[in-house]
Design a binder for this molecule. Structure first.
Ligand code: UDP
Length: 312
């Protein structure tokens, strides 16, 4: 049987590269596209030379042409950590808006299914807890995080419009905090920052009083959920994440313990619009996709810390 072809935008990124691996292992031909603004070629270097893998260095906010048949497009290109999107605000807005538009145009042209990587950031600093997909969110459009949040909200809107008006087959995954190997040590997110600091014996920088919460999902669980959504027929957004919630202070303490570090926690100013709580309600993923996370935080953190040890 002829192999199906999947295009992964942001294919050299943290999640994009894991998706490329998953799709290859499921028997797809994979075309990864990335402009390497925040992606890293090392994440996919093991796939070079694989007969079913191709890489194109390209900025997907421009006209997108792919030769031949395409069955799936997974739009994962975007700076995705708060310091990345503060550093590249215009690129973040462009890839979420123009990039999604171009990816949808390609899906329409090729009669392919498009899966949009959306985010828990569409819920902003949430007023309901845990967050369900029917919550419309509490986002500050002009705040520093607005460039990411609003780009993704626009991306969801245009994805639904292409589905409704052009009949394009679409999926929307709302991704909650995810961690694992191939995260960048310097991407500014809590986990790589804390692990880097703990391994180097530096102070651990907790922002605010550390009482804000997040719920962290190990990357293999997330990728499983996304793949299940891709091959389902669910058009409306689905949260994928691990509902196990923890305060950032507890999280820092966990990292200290698992790295056996003597570092001490120091407290710094909380960034503007930093969500105070975050936990996915995954009822839809459970019922529609028969999916739930399997890797507990302790296990996932150990794998991730081992990976970072080779990078510090
Ligand atoms: N955070 C922190 N210290 C750091 C980096 C992040 O205390 O060095 C906090 C941040 O303010 C937020 C939480 O950890 O409350 C998670 O931040 P991250 O950047 O990982 O992701 P977010 O969920 O905010 O997108």
């Amino acid at each position: 049987m002829k192999k199906k072809t999947a295009v992964v935008t942001g294919g050299a990124g943290f999640l994009g590269s894991h998706l490329c691996d998953k799709l290859i292992s499921e028997g797809y031909r994979v075309i990864a596209i990335d402009n390497l603004l925040t992606g890293n070629i090392e994440n996919i270097s093991h796939l070079f030379g694989h007969p079913d893998f191709q890489f194109t260095l390209y900025d997907v906010t421009n006209y997108l042409h792919v030769a031949g048949e395409v069955d799936f497009i997974l739009h994962f290109a975007s700076p995705a950590s708060p310091i990345d999107y503060l550093k590249f605000p215009i690129q973040t807005l462009k890839v979420g808006s123009l990039g999604t538009y171009k990816a949808l145009g390609l899906a329409k042209e090729k009669n392919a299914t498009l899966l949009l990587a959306s985010t828990s950031e569409v819920y902003g600093d949430p007023n309901i807890h845990p967050q369900k997909e029917d919550y419309w969110g509490n986002v500050n459009p002009i705040g520093p995080r607005g460039v990411y949040d609003e780009a993704k909200r626009f991306a969801e809107a245009i994805t639904m419009a292409y589905h409704r008006y052009h009949n394009v087959s679409t999926r929307i995954v709302r991704i909650f905090n995810t961690y694992g190997p191939r995260m960048r040590l310097d991407d500014g997110r809590a986990l790589p920052t804390f692990v880097g600091q703990a391994l180097r014996g530096e102070d651990i920088t907790v922002f605010g009083d550390g009482s804000q919460t997040r719920s962290f999902c190990f990357v293999s669980d997330l990728i499983d959920g996304i793949y299940k959504l891709l091959i389902s027929s669910e058009v409306f957004p689905v949260n994928i994440g691990n509902p196990e919630e923890i305060t950032i202070k507890q999280f820092a303490e966990e990292v200290l313990k698992l790295t056996d570090s003597k570092s001490k926690i120091i407290y710094q100013e909380l960034p503007e619009d930093d969500p105070k709580i975050r936990q996915p309600d995954i009822s839809r993923a459970r019922t529609l996709l028969n999916w739930k996370p399997k890797v507990n935080r302790h296990e996932g953190l150990k794998i991730t810390i081992d990976y970072f040890k080779s990078k510090v």
